[in-house]
Design a binder for this molecule. Structure first.
Ligand code: ADP
Ligand code: MG
Length: 318
């Protein structure tokens, strides 16, 4: 098996009919048709074995998780996926592993209408880099710097589940099916992101923990933010597994939930909640943007009293 046979066998997913990928795997570059009036949205994430996923994890899930993390970034911009590039370093040729990996990726490529357009294949410690290309109407992307004082802060879904899933897998070797799925297969909130275009003032996806990520919106917008701890959406499964206190801690600072966090001017509250009502995704108002500031995020209890939190969030070089 040489490099080119390997690529042909495992990474040549047929382009999806009717998509914007004009030329896929096999030439020097892929070619996309960019719909008129749209901007290209590009994002890259790298996943290193032993850092971002357990080395003996199921290959059927590893690739999907990498793809979904990137799709989540596209969702957070309010963009629509066009296709993705895959750069992969493999320690060895392992047919079984590659079969599973490729099958998982092909599944999700179809599910999210996001074909594999090309990439690079090398030998080395298992590392997966996905670059996702998306399109968004010019000027309508949801950026981090648009929040205003008084805007409400919302999140989608429930928070902390991914940390809970990973913890249970590490401690007990098993996680309740729900938590383990939340860790391995986060749901990119593409429909929510699209619906928020023109409505949300700022948005991002929560990859490093709510406090740290909301801090990015606050800092980019020249504001601070306050979170009401009692409003945090927690799943019953997470509370059952680790108790409410730990669940809340992970909701604030656990990473990799890939839910969206976005800000909404108060006068658009009803419009936004209506626009999102039919999408089947829970959204919860958890706080608001305050004063001029430098990105400080505070937490308060139901009485408005300060709650001490670790800033938390993952930092590779901290
Ligand atoms: P080049 O040397 O011209 O960069 P490569 O030999 O690296 O080309 O790759 C040949 C073709 O296979 C290219 O179209 C490239 O995009 C594609 N390719 C390589 N590795 C992958 C991969 N892991 N997944 C998808 N496509 C890949
Ligand atoms: Mg190459």
């Amino acid at each position: 098996m040489n490099e080119f046979e390997l690529i042909r066998r495992y990474f040549r997913f047929a382009a999806l009919p009717g998509g914007d990928l004009a030329l896929g795997v096999g030439d020097d570059c892929a070619l996309f048709n960019l719909p008129p009036g749209e901007q290209l949205a590009v994002t890259t994430d790298t996943f290193v074995s032993g850092v971002h996923f357990v080395a003996d994890g199921d290959a059927f899930l590893i690739g999907r998780r990498a793809l979904r993390a990137n799709l989540s970034d596209i969702a957070a911009m309010g963009a629509t996926p066009l296709g993705f590039q895959l750069a992969i370093a493999l320690p060895e040729f392992n047919e079984q592993w590659l079969e599973r990996f490729s099958a998982g990726l092909a599944d999700d490529a179809l599910r999210f209408a996001c074909p594999l357009s090309g990439g690079d294949t090398t030998r080395g410690p298992l590392t997966i880099t996905v670059t996702l290309l998306g399109a968004v109407r010019a000027g309508e992307a949801l950026c981090r710097n648009g929040a205003r004082e008084g805007d409400l802060v919302y999140v989608t879904g429930t928070l902390g589940d991914s940390s809970g899933g990973l913890y249970c897998l590490q401690q007990q070797g098993v996680a309740d099916g729900y938590l383990s799925e939340r860790y391995w297969l986060p749901e990119p909130r593409l429909a929510v992101g699209s619906a928020l275009r023109g409505l949300a003032s700022a948005a991002l996806d929560i990859s490093d923990g709510l406090v740290q990520d909301l801090g990015h919106i606050a800092q980019a917008s020249g504001l601070n933010a306050v979170i009401e701890c009692n409003a945090l959406p927690l799943s019953s499964q997470l509370i059952a597994a680790v108790g409410e206190e730990q669940a809340r801690r992970w909701a604030l600072s656990g990473g990799e939930d890939y839910e969206l966090c976005f800000t909404v001017p108060p006068e658009r509250r009803a419009t936004v909640e209506q626009a999102l009502a039919d999408l089947g995704v829970g959204v919860t108002a958890i706080g608001r943007m305050t004063g001029k500031g430098t990105g400080v995020v505070r937490c308060v209890d139901g009485m408005g009293n300060p709650v001490l939190i670790e800033r938390g969030g993952y930092d590779h070089f901290a």
